[in-house]
Design a protein around this ligand. Structure first.
Ligand SMILES: Cc1cc2nc3c(=O)[nH]c(=O)nc-3n(C[C@H](O)[C@H](O)[C@H](O)COP(=O)(O)OP(=O)(O)OC[C@H]3O[C@@H](n4cnc5c(N)ncnc54)[C@H](O)[C@@H]3O)c2cc1C
Length: 392
């Protein structure tokens, strides 16, 4: 079972990149003391390995909390699977996650303590943005309409495993494999395209100092707002396309790698692959990350390549690691879907906008589902198929 990534895993196989299954485990915490004791521990394998709570709780409290969360989890899985496989609840695709939880009686404590922080980390957004997220993406979409990749996160990943790139080079190995057939003279990294000139079948791309072309087709793999700004420089693109692109909102995300263990519980028995820390007011320089769940991945926990080094990757930190422990930091912009952007995606980018004037769009925002790498592969495959068909 390949879960949420069938096309991505197929692509990796095609370019001979090995993956290693990793059954990720999670810890949820709101404790801001130096011990960072989690309130709930998830032991992996779609819940088959059970939940636990720290031994600081009384036996009866621990028993009831595990029972409560287990029953809520089973109930949620049943609803998601019924919807995904039998299309029993078609309205799910028209409502937000908050409306879904209310309408389908998902217990409030489970929503607040587990689902919201989990999806704030998975979708790298504020906790309140999770509530406004289209429920269909998290819970289930209706698959009967056509051949879109109608996926849902809970049902599609249920009973499946997480995967990681086996090579010590990580994703760099994938990039190298993908670009190996392309002559290096045709690869231009760190080259920001600011303008397009020419007309259909005869386009030129402009960066600050260089020009590239002529090209018959242009495939924009840039975030929607950047595509809008590049396309605003050419008169061949209708205003309605800019209006459509403006419906795709992006939000900031910071990823840091470091060697500071103070981001995870101090007690080894409470450590899991991923430590979700509930939002607290961040330091002033990270104000943009208010209300985000802080997620710390213990990279050396399972990696066969990091036996002698302790390395952590924290996404959306509330503070910086101790001086001298920061290895790298990168800000990203990530697409935040809404019910409106899903509609525009379906009506415009699954339809007339693709290929008009030989302009094409790919990326996670052009595909169905939570914006992940799978959507990049799926949207790229579709564009290649349509582009080749248009050439026949
Ligand atoms: C912290 C974090 C963790 C994630 N973890 C996972 C995960 O475990 N699994 C998963 O599947 N997905 C994960 N994702 C999501 C995944 O990374 C994104 O869905 C994916 O990268 C989106 O790809 P994209 O091509 O749509 O956009 P991007 O990756 O944003 O690519 C857009 C590209 O356009 C380039 N660009 C921008 N402006 C210009 C310009 N003017 N000229 C030329 N080029 C330009 C940018 O440099 C960039 O390379 C994660 C995302 C984040 C932020």
């Amino acid at each position: 079972m390949v879960g949420y990534y069938p096309r991505l895993l197929k692509l990796l196989k095609e370019v001979d990149i090995a993956v290693r299954p990793e059954d990720l485990t999670f810890a949820f915490s709101r404790d801001t003391t130096s011990r960072r004791i989690p309130y709930l521990l998830y032991n992996g394998l779609s819940g088959f390995q059970g939940l636990s709570v720290p031994s600081t709780k009384s036996y009866s409290k621990a028993f009831f909390e595990i029972l409560y969360h287990s029953l809520c989890f089973i109930y949620l899985c049943i609803i998601s699977l019924l919807h995904y496989h039998l299309h029993l609840f078609p309205r799910i695709k028209e409502i937000t996650f908050e409306e879904f939880c209310q309408r389908y009686y998902i217990p409030g404590v489970f929503v607040r303590e587990v689902l919201v922080p989990l999806y704030s980390a998975v979708c790298t957004c504020k906790e309140r943005d999770v509530l406004k997220y289209p429920a269909g993406l998290i819970v289930g979409m209706d698959r009967k309409m056509d051949c879109w990749l109608m996926v849902d996160y809970i049902a599609a990943v249920f009973g499946t495993r997480h995967y990681t790139i086996a090579s010590p080079q990580g994703f760099r190995a994938v990039v190298n494999a993908l670009i190996s057939p392309i002559p290096s003279s045709n690869i231009h990294t760190s080259t920001s395209i600011s303008r397009i000139s020419g007309t259909s079948c005869n386009y030129t791309l402009h960066s600050g100092t260089k020009t590239f072309g002529p090209f018959k087709h242009i495939i924009l793999a840039t975030p929607a707002p950047i595509s809008s700004s590049i396309l605003s420089t050419t008169s061949t693109v209708p205003k309605s396309l800019h209006t459509a692109l403006s419906k795709f909102k992006y939000i900031p995300t910071l990823v840091i790698t470091h060697t500071d263990p103070s981001f995870i519980p101090s007690q080894p028995s409470l450590q899991r692959d991923l430590h979700f820390q509930r939002p607290i007011p961040p330091v002033p320089s990270l104000r943009k990350l208010s209300q985000y769940t802080q997620a710390t991945h213990i990279l050396h926990y399972r990696s066969p390549h990091l036996k002698s080094t302790e390395v952590y990757q924290t996404t959306n930190p509330h503070r910086f690691p101790k001086k001298g422990t920061l290895l790298s930091q990168t800000w990203f912009e990530r697409y935040l879907p809404s019910l409106e952007s899903l509609r525009v995606r379906r009506e415009v980018f699954e339809g007339p906008a693709q290929g008009a004037g030989n302009m094409w769009f790919v990326g996670s925002w052009v595909a169905e589902g939570v914006p992940l790498l799978e959507g990049c592969v799926v949207s790229a495959e579709k564009v290649v198929e349509k582009l080749l068909a248009s050439e026949v």
